[in-house]
Design a protein around this ligand. Structure first.
Ligand code: TYD
Ligand code: MG
Length: 453
């Protein structure tokens, strides 16, 4: 066998170079190259992926008989919602999130629920078998049919899975595994990539659903190379503030369901509980109307959600006034303030502006523009918005208000929760009136501001 060669693998894109460099030549990221040992290049027949490369003849799409993918509900409604209705046989799910947010808890609960009518296997590389058992006891879930394996060697795990043939296997976590084919340490790019690829292959061959827990880096992305997200079928992220008890599971990629689908949980002393009607969560309870607060109707996957946006505008004493957002995009705020100045004649150059989405929820859709500006105007003038008002709509650079997708559903959710006025883009105005909801449809920012006078 040839002597193993040292190569440098980029933690961002997974590209390799023979020499260390400060900048990855493939994706131009800095300081991402890590040393790994490349195993000798095998011949075609002995390659460990060779069994996977069974060749099939070229056919037309019409000749291929599609199979319905059976789904297995996990028994946790909110988790099933993000998965798109349950776990698909042979699917590989990667779930990431900050440490201590509840990944292990959620999957242990899901497995315990699934174990009632299917075989399940929990592979723990992070905690000892006793620790997992202790958690299960605390959760008060049935554990009689949950098989447990405390192991970090990939080959042993593959053997155990092939032998046990569970319907669902959970790997907690992918960063603790190592393959004895490689000499790199567990958690290194090459190990994570290899272990994920081998487990994916196993899932596809056997039809076992595999859920892998993944760690996230400092800036919240899944650790390991980006390729991990391409290998798996579904990528879920656990979000939420560890200081509050609410946890959001978001589908970031899903080959079997809608993306940006959101599952809402509350962490209790007996594990995670699904929250069926989350809109009320993201509204803070004010005794009376306060300034700087605007409720927005946002859409997360297939579900509308009402979220309160708060703004504080205060005179600045620094040469550079502060613009700060929590749960919203920071750069977008600067742009919106410029639009507000140009198209509504309101300047904020001598004001600090802080904007927050209540409840630790993160809103990335541009339909938050109008509510953000309304909250800012309300704070600036120290005047509350009209009672029972909700808003949504994208604000363009020319001061126009653009429609948001699925406006009807947002409006219906708002009416259901007792809101009485909706300030929305003209193009989203409903054809039939919605009971209890007065519609203020606007197409320009100045017209929207006019409504508040
Ligand atoms: P855990 O699932 O271990 O997080 P992760 O696997 O994502 O690192 O979650 C542990 C946290 O959840 C810990 O801070 C304690 C809390 N917790 C509860 O509040 N209630 C419970 O019933 C359980 C099991 C954990
Ligand atoms: Mg854990």
């Amino acid at each position: 066998m040839a002597k193993p060669r040292t190569v440098y693998v980029c933690a961002e894109c997974g590209g390799t170079t023979p020499k260390w460099q400060g900048k990855c030549p493939h994706c131009a990221a800095w300081n991402t190259l890590e040393e790994t040992v490349e195993s000798a290049s095998p011949t075609a027949a002995s390659h460990r992926y060779a069994p996977l490369a069974a060749s099939t003849p070229v056919r037309t799409l019409a000749d291929i008989e599609p199979r319905e993918t059976p789904r297995q509900p996990t028994g946790l409604d909110e988790f099933d919602r993000v998965l798109g209705g349950g776990l698909v046989a042979g699917a590989v799910v990667l779930i990431g999130g900050d440490p201590g947010i509840g990944k292990s808890t959620l999957l242990l609960q899901a497995l315990a629920a699934l174990s009632a009518n299917s075989r399940v296997l929990y592979v723990t590389g992070e905690e000892s078998a006793e620790q997992v058992a202790l958690r299960a006891r605390r959760l008060g879930v049935p554990t009689g049919n949950v098989s447990l394996l405390a192991e970090i060697r990939l080959e042993s795990i593959q053997a155990a899975v092939s032998e046990q043939r569970p319907t669902v296997a959970v790997i907690d976590s992918i960063q603790t595994l190592y393959s004895s084919e490689l000499t790199a340490a567990p958690g290194s790019v090459s190990q994570v990539r290899e272990c994920a690829a081998q487990l994916t292959r196993l899932a596809k061959q056997t039809g076992i659903s595999i859920v892998m827990i993944g760690h996230v880096t400092k800036d919240g992305a899944l650790a390991g190379p980006r390729v991990l997200e391409h290998i798996v079928d579904t990528v879920l992220y656990f979000e939420g503030d560890t200081h509050s008890s609410f946890r959001l599971v978001r589908a970031f990629k899903n080959r079997f369901g809608a993306v940006n689908e959101l599952g809402v949980f509350a962490m209790t002393d007996r594990g995670l509980r699904g929250v069926a009607n989350p809109s009320a969560l993201f509204l803070s309870q004010h005794e009376q109307q306060v300034s700087g607060s605007c409720v927005m109707a946002t859409q997360e996957g297939t579900r509308p959600l009402l979220v309160e946006i708060q703004a504080l505008v205060d005179s600045s004493h620094a040469p550079n006034p502060r613009r700060l957002t929590v749960g919203l995009e920071g750069n977008r705020l600067a742009m919106l303030l410029a639009v507000l100045h140009r198209h509504a004649g309101v300047s904020t150059f001598d004001q600090d502006v802080f904007v927050n989405a209540v409840g630790g929820v993160r809103i990335t859709e541009p339909a938050a523009d109008l509510p953000v500006l309304l909250a800012i105007m309300s704070s600036l003038r120290d005047r509350p918005l009209p009672r029972g008002l909700i808003a949504f709509g994208e604000v363009g650079l020319a001061g126009e208000i653009r429609p948001a997708p699925r406006g009807q559903e947002r409006l219906r959710e708002a009416a259901k929760l007792g809101f009485s006025v909706a300030l929305i883009p003209k193009a989203n105005a409903p054809r039939q009136p919605i009971e209890g909801l007065e519609i203020w449809a606007v197409d320009r920012l100045d017209a929207a501001m006019e409504k508040l006078r």
